[in-house]
Write a protein that binds this ligand. Structure first.
Ligand SMILES: [Zn+2]
Length: 874
């Protein structure tokens, strides 16, 4: 094996794409699973790709350095070491026939696999994760998404320890071996790339269901989990059936196999994976019961089950040509699952939640060293590009196409796309082309959303001619430089708008299409000067500025027919106030709560005609992370202190209203996870938070009662988190101990227990997380536990992570250095908070950079960590 120890990992480029030289018509796999080692026999029917123009191209098979090659043969002839070469990534056979059978026997060690890519063990079961490049840790194979093959898979294992043996497709054969082992053979008739391969073996319980498709085919539905979790699968099953029906109604897409399986796995790097017919899920995205699961987690389960199901068409039947096209499947599928959730629950609330995430975390990504276009031009490690930009911004790009074309034309576009490319591996260009073809529109400029990185800015001004009634809106768009892209060209963006009269009625509404750097639109013969409601529904992923007065924002807050913009008007009022208070805090001036804000909030709290979920969103102060994203230089302490001041001041000023809202939303009725009940709990727990912010013992008693009497996890966990984070130390410790005693056997509930403590903003959090890491229920090999402790502390506890002595930064760097070898994907994801060092004051920058440098110098880095650290320091 050739060593490349001293060479830094090199990027690969989209522009270097070449079609595969060889195609695989059929892949037969036989796995002999065992505690000590696993044997994989692969039989591939290979033929030259007629589309490949390179003559006598060598056969290249990807193979991770951990693979032990036992035997390799072509058409039955065993190859000797002279016939092929192998380095850390590739096995190359220079001379092969036009068409041939390749057989390959490989020995692997899933029991030692801590990276959780390829085949590995999670607790007692075997499972796989092959996207993006995990299959090369299982056997030698052209592990690229544009090589699609039919798979037949036989799994052999011990009968008692692994009674359940699963793979993709339909089960076609099963039986016993002579030695006490058994086997099941699965055949998947739909050609797929290796990243969609899956295998599961274990002692699992199953919830069964069935679904009849619109054309009358019966599909068996199975959700597998540990037997103790069998009672937590009903919500996932219900969500799956709803998703199947929704995709038939909204997109005309039916399921295609006889069986659809989901397996819940405890050790998983991601949320869930859409392997053909055999989805593998992080337990956190599939298990749900009222006692153990919050409302937010219920909705996450619904959304993720739908997302993975929708991939069967947007991802599996039509897949990506190469990994630069990841957003082809992810952006489209996130858009599909967001629309599904909007239809199942409150459309406005779903939009508010998604945009909050986008504006806080994706905009921060756009402004950081890892900023990249929705379709990146290059990467060192593709795992680093499973990002908010590819997923969430990618979904916004698809949403804009939906806005520009309208629902009907968009549907004709997706029909054409699925019909034209079924069974193919394609690019984002082909997706947009289908939309262009059905609409007759030129979408060339629109495609800049895929190729240009960064968050565009839109400055808006207006003018009014009293005499003619002419109102003019003028737009100026720009986009800041991002790494590798200094100059940006104007985007084609839909700006949904409405013009409101003084009485609140709408004078005009529609969608403006911005295509120029500067552009104006006129509205003639209006009866009065309107208040503009701009970027309704967040119709483009941009930062839009218009010099709103407080009166105008209050007008929109009261009258806008667009629920999202009503909420956004409230946010703009709060953000402007908090920004001026931050300046006061830094200038040593007294912080004051303006009466106008109190009056507005009082009227919102008293208005019982409003949706409680909407009120809760309106009255939740902008997060510290959002204020940080908006700041030129992030002053962590000032942001935290100002937010705490406002919480306390609003708590005291509106005490009777919070108390009344709490009572109004506390209903003695059995738990349901529907939108109306979630809305009430949301406002109830927001009110409890304000009541506790007064620091008065009487509200602590109320919170403890809620904690003790709750029949659901939302109320119990909210009470716990609020008591702990409001600084009631003794009561907090007591409730934490009770919670642990009650839930120590529920891993997902205990993740919440870890995370509440790790995100506690009061002093001493670093000592606390160090103590938590020694807890018997903490396991550093389990990504969910790392997220609950390390990511919660570094990502949701800004005041403690950014402690002035740099101890938080050193803590994170210690973890990265440890995880770099053990689980590179997780290591690189946890790194994010350190990469944002340029946004902080000078003295802080130095401390953060020191730790990045320490990581860089710590020894041999994985491609994952190397890419993020080196780009951050560049
Ligand atoms: Zn996905």
């Amino acid at each position: 094996m050739m060593s490349q120890q001293n060479q830094q990992p090199q990027p690969i480029y989209l522009k270097d794409y070449q079609v595969p030289a060889y195609l695989i018509a059929r892949t037969e796999l036989r796995f002999e699973l065992d505690e000590e080692e696993t044997l994989v026999r692969a039989t591939l029917q290979v033929r030259r790709n007629p589309a490949c123009t390179r003559s006598r191209a060598a056969l290249e098979l990807h193979g991770h350095e951990s693979l032990e090659l036992c035997r390799l043969s072509i058409n039955g002839e065993i190859l000797s070491e002279r016939d092929f070469s192998r380095d850390e990534e590739l096995l190359t056979v220079s001379a092969v026939p036009e068409a041939f059978t390749l057989e390959c026997l490989t020995r692997i060690h899933p029991e030692q696999n801590t990276a959780l890519e390829g085949l590995y063990k999670s607790d007692g079961m075997f499972c796989t994760q092959c996207e993006a490049e995990g299959f090369r840790r299982i056997t030698f194979y052209p592990d690229r998404p544009d090589v699609m093959s039919v798979f037949r898979t036989t799994v052999v294992a011990d009968r008692t320890r692994y009674p359940v043996l699963l793979s993709n497709g339909n089960p076609v054969e099963s039986g016993y071996e002579n030695d006490g082992r058994h086997f099941v053979t699965w055949e998947d008739p739909f050609p797929k790339p290796a990243y969609l391969f899956a295998l599961v073996a274990g002692d699992l319980a199953v919830l069964e269901g069935s679904y009849t498709t619109a054309s009358g085919r019966a599909v068996k539905l199975q959700i597998y989990a540990d037997s103790k979790d069998l009672d937590k699968l009903d919500h996932a099953m219900l969500s799956l059936k709803r998703a199947m029906q929704w995709d038939e109604q909204v997109y005309g897409r039916e399921y295609d196999l006889d069986i659809y399986m989901i397996v819940a796995v405890d050790f998983f790097n991601m949320g869930a994976m859409e392997n053909k017919g055999l989805n593998i899920f992080n337990t956190s995205c599939v298990l749900a019961s009222p006692q153990t699961t919050t409302d937010a987690a219920f909705q996450r389960v619904e959304g993720v089950v739908a997302h993975e199901y929708f991939h069967n068409w947007s991802g599996n039947r039509v897949t990506c040509r190469d990994w630069f096209q990841l957003s082809l499947k992810e952006g489209f599928t996130v858009f599909r699952d967001a629309e599904f959730s909007a239809d199942m629950n409150s459309r406005t609330v779903k939009r508010i939640e998604d945009v909050s995430l986008l504006r806080t975390a994706q905009f921060a990504e756009d402004a950081g060293p890892m900023a990249h276009p929705v379709r990146p031009e290059s990467f060192i490690e593709i795992s680093n590009f499973y990002t908010l930009t590819v997923y969430e911004k990618g979904a916004e790009v698809v949403r804009m196409l939906h806005s520009l074309l309208g629902a009907e034309e968009f549907r004709r576009g997706t029909d054409l796309y699925f019909e034209r490319h079924d069974g193919q591996a394609v690019t984002t260009d082909e997706f947009v082309q289908a939309m262009a073809d059905v609409s007759g529109r030129d979408l060339t400029q629109f495609k800049r959303w895929y190729s240009q990185a960064g968050t565009p800015r839109v400055e808006v001004s207006d003018s009014w001619d009293e005499v003619t009634g002419r109102y003019q809106l003028s737009f100026r768009q720009s986009c800041p430089a991002t790494p590798g892209q200094q100059e940006k060209l104007p985007f084609h963006m839909p700006i949904a708008y409405g013009l409101l009269a003084a009485g609140g009625e709408e004078l005009a509404a529609g969608v403006l299409e911005l295509t120029e750097a500067e552009q104006s639109f006129s509205f003639e013969a209006l009866p009065e000067r309107p208040v503009p409601s701009l970027l309704r529904g967040f119709s483009a992923p941009v930062k839009l500025n218009y010099g709103y007065s407080d009166e105008q924002l209050l007008h929109l807050l009261r009258h806008d027919s667009d629920g999202f913009n009503r909420w956004d008007a409230g946010q703009r009022i709060s953000v402007a106030l908090m920004q001026s208070l931050i300046a006061d805090y830094r200038g040593g001036r007294e912080l004051l709560l303006p009466d106008s804000l109190v009056d507005t909030w009082r009227s919102l709290l008293n208005d019982v005609s409003l949706d409680p979920a909407m009120v809760a969103h309106l009255l939740r102060l902008p997060s510290e992370a959002y204020l940080a994203e908006l700041a030129d230089v992030i002053d962590v302490e000032a942001i935290h202190e100002v937010r705490e001041f406002l919480l306390k001041a609003l708590a005291k000023a509106l005490l009777p209203e919070w108390s009344a809202a709490y009572s109004r939303c506390s209903r003695e009725e059995p738990y349901t996870p529907d939108a109306a009940a979630c809305a009430r709990r949301s406002l109830k727990n927001l009110s409890l938070g304000y009541l506790l912010a007064t620091g008065e013992e009487v509200w602590l008693t109320l919170a403890e009662e809620q904690f003790n009497n709750a029949d659901n996890m939302t109320d119990q966990q909210s009470a716990l988190a609020l008591v702990v984070h409001s600084g009631f130390r003794q009561a907090g410790e007591r409730l934490l101990a009770e919670f642990q005693a009650q839930w120590q056997h529920e891993a997902l509930v205990m993740n919440q227990w870890f995370s509440i403590q790790a995100s506690d903003p009061w002093p001493g959090a670093l000592e606390r997380v160090q103590w938590l890491q020694e807890h018997p229920l903490f396991d550093a090999r389990n990504p969910n536990k790392l997220r609950a402790v390390v990511a919660a502390f570094c990502g949701q506890n800004a005041v403690n992570f950014h402690a002035a002595d740099g101890s938080g930064y050193a803590y994170l760097a210690d973890w990265i250095i440890q995880l770099n070898k053990q689980n590179p994907q997780i290591a690189s994801r946890l790194l994010t908070p350190l990469t944002r060092w340029k946004r902080y004051p000078d003295q802080v920058q130095g401390l953060m950079k020191n730790q990045l440098t320490r990581i860089l110098d710590s020894g041999e880095l994985s491609r994952d960590v190397y890419e993020v650290v080196s780009k951050s320091l560049a």
